[in-house]
Design a protein around this ligand. Structure first.
Ligand code: ACO
Length: 327
């Protein structure tokens, strides 16, 4: 049976860099606190009237197609993971397809907060494994700056904007996404969420006044769940694929907090040199963190490398994937 192999990767972050120094001038925070508690030094912010997650997603997909010399009309399906869609509808995947010239094929969004890319990768790989499609694009794109309250120091230092995209194609030589686990638990719904803007609390003067259109996070509670579940699911995927720490070439973790990443790596027996990390440059870009890591480290990856991808996010949602790198 074919597996879905990642055959290319591309990333995009907007030009504007929001540094810790600039945040110090906006809220009561400081570089020392942000760096020591999160590992973040700067993040990129999408500026410009009418610019949304799709614009960054489209840049990532256009770059991917160009790099692989694949024409838009060869793509069979595009899936976009996002928590910050341009509109409630149509979906962001739809808009990205339009921007890059992909037409008359399926496209849809997946919403699993910071685990979105891992979920989308798992879903996309099924279409390849069943033999239904030959070229599936999976994008993670988030403009977190659209829902971050830049007067709330507990959240505004954490997030950034960006996008990353991968191409999935069939592989019968043992490379690709060999296993994945996705999980969720609604116990997290009040610890990390955006209260208004959906059908429970549609936009109103009251929701705006109460600042319910912004990210709310009970950081310490989320931290505890994230540390445990990201480590547990990574250990689970290693165990069931008979992998020890030394078999794993790279841990590719969601970039929410360096301390969560360190705890996961420690549990897996993986030293820091084999952990992809770019949180210091981008912050938490939600669905874009994992593809942006793969993009940044692409030149260091070797065919046959065992990768464990791991994520945790709002919901709660979490998961892991075991990937044998195909090129
Ligand atoms: N600058 C200075 N001080 C701050 C800041 C700041 N930016 N933010 C909070 N503080 C203060 C707090 O007010 C608190 O002060 P107090 O002790 O006087 O009350 C103190 O620092 C400690 O605050 P904590 O919230 O306990 O700090 P913690 O060590 O937990 O770090 C953080 C906070 C970074 C948010 C951490 O809890 C975390 O990373 N949580 C998990 C994030 C995550 O994984 N999210 C899931 C993915 S995101 C998604 O799905 C969209």
């Amino acid at each position: 049976m074919s597996k879905a192999a990642i055959t290319g990767i591309h990333g995009y972050v907007p030009d504007y860099v929001l540094t810790n120094a600039e945040l110090e001038r906006m809220v009561d925070t400081n570089d020392e606190w942000i760096t020591s508690r999160t590992g973040i030094k700067e993040r990129h912010i999408l500026k410009g009237e009418g610019m949304g997650s799709s614009h960054m997603g489209a840049k990532a997909v256009a770059g991917l197609l160009e790099k692989l010399n694949i024409k838009p009309q060869e793509v069979d399906l595009l899936i976009c993971a996002t928590t910050t869609p341009d509109y409630v509808f149509p979906c962001t995947a739809n808009l990205i397809c339009d921007m890059v010239g992909i037409r008359n094929v399926g496209s849809f969004d997946i919403q699993a907060a910071c685990s979105g890319f891992l979920y989308a990768l798992t879903v996309g790989s099924q279409f390849i494994e069943t033999g239904k499609y030959k070229k599936v694009v999976v994008v993670g794109a988030d403009k977190m700056s659209a829902i971050v309250d830049y007067t709330d120091r507990t959240t505004c230092v954490l997030f950034g904007d960006g996008a990353g995209a991968v191409m999935l194609e069939p592989n019968t030589d043992g490379f690709g996404i060999l296993d994945s686990i996705i999980k969720s638990d609604g116990i997290g719904q009040n610890h990390l969420f955006q209260k208004a803007g959906g059908s429970r609390y549609p936009p109103s003067h009251e929701t705006v006044e109460k600042r319910w259109h912004y990210v709310y996070q009970d950081g310490p509670s989320v931290f505890k769940f994230a540390v445990k579940n990201m480590a547990d699911v990574s250990a689970e995927i290693m165990e069931r694929n008979h992998l020890s720490g030394s078999d794993v070439a790279w841990l590719v973790p969601h970039q929410a907090n360096k301390r969560i990443i360190d705890a996961t790596a420690h549990r897996m027996g993986i030293e820091s040199e084999r952990v992809m990390m770019n949180i210091h440059r981008y912050g938490n870009t939600t669905a874009a963190t994992i593809p942006l890591c793969l993009f940044d480290y692409e030149s260091q990856l070797k065919k046959g490398d065992n990768l464990v991808l791991a994520a945790f996010g709002g919901g709660f949602t979490w998961g892991a994937a075991y990937v044998k790198w195909a090129y």
